[in-house]
Design a protein around this ligand. Structure first.
Ligand SMILES: NC(=O)c1ccc[n+]([C@@H]2O[C@H](COP(=O)([O-])OP(=O)(O)OC[C@H]3O[C@@H](n4cnc5c(N)ncnc54)[C@H](O)[C@@H]3O)[C@@H](O)[C@H]2O)c1
Length: 276
């Protein structure tokens, strides 16, 4: 029997990158999937975000595994829309067991130069959006009476400082505090709440021109190969970054009964970055 047979998982930011990988990995283990994504651009974000076509590819990949998926274009900044999307999908699937609060964005600027819009867009998505995701999911998890697992994607920036990423780092520290509070509030219901802290993950969030310029400020034409060398110096293991699947496997563990007594943790998947 697979590790999530008969269970239903809600994943935000599921159009591409880690979110799509999570949908596929959890579906491989038997879960049906509720997938949302903004499928559109937030103006202050300096790289292209997920699209409807991307989300359609996630749908195809999950259906190819013979699992069910309900996908919708939903912005986690919009509490009512997020609630509607989840309520409708849970009404169809009949239960909810796992939540992956994965949707996130990043903007880059020195704190004193950052626009209010760029600050708010990151906090609204990465912090308030995670709270919205938990808030709409908790009543379903409690009503199910079977416990559950909420996994929030933070970042190594949830525990360490990173210059020129203040809104991102503040949001990722913020969800660690939110996770710890939720873990205490929900423990009596056997609902576990944990965070994963990835280092650089090879997704469009970091493999893009704005990010290359950020990591390689002195390079006239920064390349991915150059970035890989710089990125590797930040990790302890001899790798430049991890893959979405590495994060999905951590999510799968925290979502499964193998982690049944694990709650309130910050789990780095960081190639040793935090100990350097
Ligand atoms: N890639 C990295 O290096 C890295 C490192 C640490 C943490 N993270 C975190 O991992 C998570 C996943 O990022 P990724 O690497 O897959 O990036 P990504 O940009 O490839 O995917 C993020 C997805 O979230 C969606 N999204 C963004 N804002 C949204 C909103 N308001 N509502 C709904 N959907 C929204 C995007 O459209 C996109 O499809 C994020 O929380 C990110 O902060 C990423």
């Amino acid at each position: 029997m697979s590790r999530l047979t008969g269970k239903v998982a809600f994943i935000t930011g599921a159009a591409r990158g880690q979110g799509r990988s999570h949908a596929i990995r959890l579906a491989q283990e038997g879960a049906d999937i509720i997938a949302t994504d903004i499928c559109g651009q937030i103006e202050s974000v300096p790289y292209p975000m997920g699209t409807w076509d991307d989300l359609a590819q996630t749908v195809d990949a999950v259906e190819a595994l013979d699992r069910r998926i309900i996908a919708s274009q939903t912005d986690v900044r919009d509490y009512e829309a997020t609630k509607r999307a989840l309520d409708d999908a849970v009404a169809q699937f009949g239960r909810l067991d796992v939540v992956s609060a994965n949707a996130g964005v990043c903007t880059i600027a020195r704190s004193q130069d950052m626009s209010g819009e760029a600050w708010r867009d990151v906090i609204d998505t990465n912090l308030s959006g995670v709270w919205h995701t938990a808030k709409v999911a908790i009543p379903h998890l409690i009503a199910g009476g079977r416990g559950g697992s909420i996994v929030i994607t933070s970042s190594v920036g949830g525990l360490m400082a990173m210059p020129n990423l203040s809104s991102y780092v503040a949001s990722k520290h913020g969800v660690v505090g939110l996770m710890r509070t939720l873990a205490l509030e929900l423990a009596p219901h056997s609902i576990r709440v944990n965070t994963i802290l990835p280092t650089q993950v090879e997704t469009p969030m970091i493999i893009n021109d704005a990010s290359l310029r950020f990591f390689l400020p002195d390079s006239e034409r920064p390349t991915v190969d150059e970035f890989a060398r710089v990125s590797q110096q930040m990790l302890a293991l001899p790798i430049p970054w991890v893959q979405p699947l590495d994060i999905s496997n951590a999510l799968l563990f925290l979502a499964s009964d193998e982690a049944r007594y694990i709650t309130g943790i910050t789990l780095p998947v960081d190639g040793g970055m935090l100990i350097k």
